[in-house]
Design a protein around this ligand. Structure first.
Ligand code: WTA
Length: 622
């Protein structure tokens, strides 16, 4: 604890000196900075004038050391195939692929969409882009063609990197057909590079689609990392906000790399011989920062598993941990709750004694899940780190440092050095101990989002105007007498389903595109496994509808528009939606209905809804 406090105070008292020291120690720079931070809210520039390269830091600098033949990526496919890519081999594959991109004319500042299964070629594609300064945007393989299209268009991508498909629950999940569907309306795209993972029949459009393995025939192993400006964009990752349109969160090079390398070591207590596994999908920020860039920059062995946690049975994860003697395991509360339900005999029949540290991310972990994780998986030996952060923060912001900060189940505990969080009311005044309020971050930190792609006004308005000069997280929290932070969930119209962010507006926009739907209102409903579930209230256009069939249709419709993970749990048909006098749908009221059942039973009749409507107009008065 003394060590943590000392570090924290140093960072607080002289942040520039602190971050300069961390950057110097953790990162290779081709050229040093003239200024640590240039901060004109909300525009931050970190390590001004410095030059570096993320791929160089993740690969080249390690192969000159004892890490040359250390496993960088340890991959297990769902069918059971394995690959052990050493730092040297990973470097070779990245350089070859980068040489292919370069020979096709792609260069720093171009944009590439990466839409792939969880196979090593996904990080290889990311690192090859980073090597050349091509800005990548990974789209989670579970997103539909529609969602993919919107991202390609918003980014103005000229290149798409994909695969024929991947494996999930014993079946092939095809990806290429979704790309074909999306590209009917994406004129900016020149090339589609397709990696052959499953070998199933794939239609290739001549003049546009290219096989990765064909291109590799002409690859070279001479493709040096480009010396990029510290503020060169590394990637754009789309996440849900409070409108129907996803936000392209932009992360840049030097500050991002510095922060995630440092937190990788602080939070995971990383040792040279560790085997580290984060079970997230690389399509989300957790995978970017703590499967790919953080672990590789820190020279760790990072595990990638392609498939589902229940395939072929509910002990797949415990098998993976036993087989590879995994030491550090990082997962989500949703997964933990799903596994609890299957019973202790699954983990109990495996040797999990290699585990030293357990982590949690993505949503609040309820005490029962924390306790099970601690007892049944960690055998009461392993500290649990509950890490709070966001796509926008780039890296972990609040988390115990194992060994230093004592945990309390359900609390993220204390901030990372250099992170100054506070809890405030609507006017920006600090609330007292044990009071609920808005979580803000008072000072800039190196891995903060720089902007929203193509929409700097929205960036300013959403994150930097509520409390002037401070970053508004959108989460509610309270701080206890020990200074520990307790995250209470979102204060905006963002749902958290299985640790995935989903905007209520995004689902509503999808629903109202359906020809039968007049209006839709969507809220998150508490769910015992997934944290929240998507619950939709829908009014229909005139017609003779079969509600049961239409309910199914609409669930599939949303899955088609956004992705299967967004498929609503419930569709409730109603004649009217509760609105304020100004016509705003009162989701707060609907949330109450789905949470507390304040209106008993089925809410599909006019009378029930009119009660709610009346209530709503009363609420509107105050
Ligand atoms: C929630 C995921 C409680 C929070 C890294 C945040 C959490 C949103 C925690 C960001 C945690 C994440 N405890 N809530 N440990 N971690 N959240 O952008 O509401 O996908 O705002 O980033 O997840 O989700 P995102």
């Amino acid at each position: 604890m003394e060590g943590y406090l000392d570090l924290y105070r140093r960072a607080e008292n002289d942040p520039d000196a602190f971050w300069a020291e961390v950057a110097e120690r953790e990162i290779h720079w081709f050229e040093k900075w003239s200024q640590v931070l240039d901060w004109k809210p909300p525009t931050a520039r970190w390590f001004v004038g410095a030059r570096t390269n993320v791929a160089y830091n993740c690969l080249d600098r390690h192969i000159a050391t004892h890490r040359k033949n250390k496993v960088a990526i340890l991959f297990e496919g769902e069918p059971g195939d394995q690959r052990f890519l050493t730092y040297q081999e990973l470097h070779r594959l990245v350089v070859r692929f980068a040489s292919v991109l370069k020979s096709r004319g792609y260069k720093a500042g171009d944009r590439a969409i990466v839409y792939m299964p969880m196979i090593p070629e996904l990080p290889i594609a990311m690192l090859a882009c980073a090597r050349l300064g091509i800005i990548h945007s990974v789209v989670f393989g579970g997103f539909s063609a529609e969602a993919l299209k919107a991202r390609i268009q918003d980014l103005g991508a000229t290149l798409v990197i994909t695969a024929d498909g991947g494996y999930r629950r014993g079946k092939e999940v095809k990806l290429k057909p979704a790309v074909d569907e999306a590209l009917t309306e994406c004129p900016s795209v020149r090339d589609v590079i397709v990696y052959k993972r499953t070998g199933s029949e794939t239609i290739m459009q001549s003049g546009r689609d290219l096989w990765w393995h064909d291109l590799d025939q002409h690859a070279t192993e001479d493709c040096p990392a480009v010396e990029l400006d510290s503020e060169h964009p590394l990637y754009v990752l789309y996440t849900s906000g409070t409108t129907g349109k996803p936000k392209g969160i932009l992360h840049t090079t030097g500050g991002y790399l510095t922060y995630i390398t440092a937190t990788m070591k602080w939070v995971f207590d990383l040792r040279e011989e560790d085997t580290y596994w984060c079970s997230a999908d690389i399509g989300w920020v957790t995978g970017h920062s703590y499967i790919v860039y953080g672990p590789l920059s820190a020279g760790a062995t990072t595990v990638m598993y392609e498939g589902a946690l229940d395939f072929p049975a509910f002990d797949r994860w415990w098998r993976v941990i036993e087989k590879y003697r995994i030491n550090i395991f990082y997962t989500s509360p949703t997964a933990i709750r799903a596994l609890i339900r299957q019973g202790d005999h699954w983990p109990d029949s495996h040797d999990l004694s290699s585990l030293r540290l357990l982590g949690s991310v993505g949503e609040p972990i309820n005490p029962a899940a924390w306790e099970w994780y601690h007892r049944v998986i960690g055998k009461e030996r392993c500290p649990i780190i509950d890490t709070w952060w966001q796509t926008e923060t780039g890296g972990i912001m609040i988390s115990p440092m194992p060994g230093a900060v004592a945990a309390k189940p359900g609390s993220g505990t204390l901030p990372m050095p250099g992170v100054i969080p506070d809890i405030v009311d609507l006017n920006g005044y600090e609330v007292g101990t044990d009071r609920e309020g808005y979580l803000i971050i008072r000072r800039p930190w190196p891995s903060m989002a720089r902007t929203i792609w193509g929409d700097p006004e929205r960036f300013k308005e959403q994150y930097w105007t509520r409390v002037p000069g401070a970053y508004f997280t959108g989460d509610a929290a309270r701080r206890d007498a020990d200074g520990y932070f307790w995250i209470l969930g979102r204060v905006d119209d963002v749902m958290n389903v299985s640790g995935h962010r989903l905007s209520t507006m995004e689902v509503e926009s999808a629903l109202v595109k359906h020809p039968a739907v007049a209006e839709a209102a969507v809220v998150g409903k508490p769910h015992e496994i997934t944290g929240q579930a998507v619950c939709c209230f829908v009014t229909l256009k005139k017609g003779d509808w079969d509600h049961e069939k239409l309910g199914q249709d609409l669930r599939n419709w949303v899955a088609h528009e956004i992705g299967a993970f967004a498929r609503p749990n419930e569709i409730r048909f109603t004649d009217a939606l509760p609105k304020t006098r100004s016509g705003k749908i009162m989701r707060r009221l609907l949330r109450e209905i789905v949470t507390n059942n304040t209106v008993a039973g089925d809410v599909t009749t006019l009378e029930d809804m009119s009660v709610v409507t009346k209530l709503a107009s009363q609420h509107d008065e105050d």
